[in-house]
Write a protein that binds this ligand. Structure first.
Ligand code: ADP
Ligand code: MG
Length: 359
């Protein structure tokens, strides 16, 4: 007999007498000659995630098993038990009398057509993590789900392994997706400028500060956005959504100073309230900013200026807002910058909850 494996199985039911079904499934597992149920979590009542609307609530829990069955043989047994309890497979996430999923099988990583372990969606599901946390200490979870041991490659910048260009290209491949600031500025003579920056973020809540970081142009001169901000002390940041991703990319073209990227990209300037720089009419969100501070990161090639702006007005499409006046992430798809020529739409939001009792 192979040594017994420790396995964690998520159990969920949202039809019929849920508690009775879950208890029966536990008894079925325990009755199998090669399975012993060591212990179980408490049952958690949760709202369904996904699937058709108006489903009944789920009862969820996790069982700790000891088994000599191989992973796929155990999956067969779980599916037989699901069938025995008249589980009907129709559309994904449809209500079911019983769902049994393998969360962890010892410390194994399994990737086959039928089985992925650790269960790929367990981290997104508080109804799995909370009961699991009752049974499992964090160390075990880490060992089971931490990064696979691989031969990591180390680039030692102190030892001179990478120059600044290589470092930059490597880092933008993983410091991402980066939000994109489509920055609108105006010269003292009234000529407008529009350019995208992916070194952009909100960095303070009170005062509300954003930064964007113009580097030097290829020819070593400061970018027009920076020249304008230094002169006028104000700018607007438009949020980039898929509809304006192409025009946004067009604004990155280097045009002669004073020639407006608004015209070149087809985007429409619209008046702001407190600053002279125009809003981008097609963007669902524009923020008006007054210059707070400029910090230079250095003088050489690759250096940026870190421009801090204080938000003084926010223009937002009200259709994006929920009843609390917050942006509903399912209603706004922003475009993020990846490495090289790649972008990504943030259109797959999901909720993560930290399991209780794991401070
Ligand atoms: P879900 O559990 O995601 O609600 P199903 O129970 O219908 O959906 O599972 C669909 C398929 O997922 C199963 O046929 C099974 O082969 C596969 N699967 C992949 N990994 C696992 C796992 N760790 N535990 C259970 N089933 C898994
Ligand atoms: Mg399942």
């Amino acid at each position: 007999m192979p040594p017994a494996a420790t396995v964690y199985v998520a159990c969920g039911a949202n039809l019929g007498d849920r508690a009775a079904t879950l208890a029966a499934a536990r008894a079925d597992l325990d009755a199998h000659p090669e399975i012993r149920v060591r212990r179980g979590s408490t049952w958690h009542e949760t709202r369904p995630v996904g699937g058709p609307p108006d489903q009944p609530d789920y009862l969820n829990g996790v069982l700790e098993l000891e088994t000599t069955l191989a992973p796929l043989a155990l999956l067969d047994v779980l599916q037989q038990i699901e069938h025995r309890h008249a589980r009907v497979r129709s559309v994904p996430d449809a209500p079911r009398t019983l769902d049994l999923d393998i969360l962890l099988y010892d410390h194994q990583r399994i990737r086959t057509d039928r089985l992925t372990v650790p269960h790929p969606r367990m981290w997104q599901r508080s109804f799995v993590l909370e009961p699991l946390a009752e049974l499992l200490d964090l160390d075990h979870l880490r060992r089971a789900c931490g990064p696979a041991e691989t031969n990591m490659r180390v680039f030692d910048l102190i030892a001179g392994d990478l120059d600044w260009r290589d470092t930059y290209h490597l880092c933008i491949g993983f410091i991402n997706p980066r939000p994109i600031a489509l920055v609108s500025t105006i010269a003292p003579d009234g000529r407008t400028n529009l350019a995208p920056f992916s070194f952009y973020n909100m960095v303070s809540a009170n005062p509300p500060l954003v930064i964007f970081c113009p580097g030097l142009n290829r020819d070593g001169r400061p970018k027009d956005s920076l020249i304008n901000v230094e002169k006028t002390h104000e700018f607007v940041v438009a949020t980039v959504v898929p509809d304006i991703a192409m025009p946004m990319a067009a604004t990155a073209a280097s045009l002669p100073y004073g020639q407006s990227e608004f015209e070149f990209s087809g985007l429409t300037p619209a008046p702001a309230r407190h600053v002279r720089a125009p809003l981008v009419k097609e963007a669902p969100v524009n923020i008006e900013c007054r210059l707070h501070q400029i910090v230079r990161s250095g003088d050489g090639p690759g250096a940026s200026s870190i421009v801090f702006g204080r938000i003084v007005a926010i223009h937002i499409d009200p259709a994006l807002l929920d009843e609390h006046g917050h942006v509903d992430p399912r209603r706004l798809t922003t475009v993020g910058r990846l490495g090289g020529p790649y972008y990504a739409d943030a259109n797959d939001p999901y909720e993560l909850k930290i399991p209780k009792g794991q401070k």
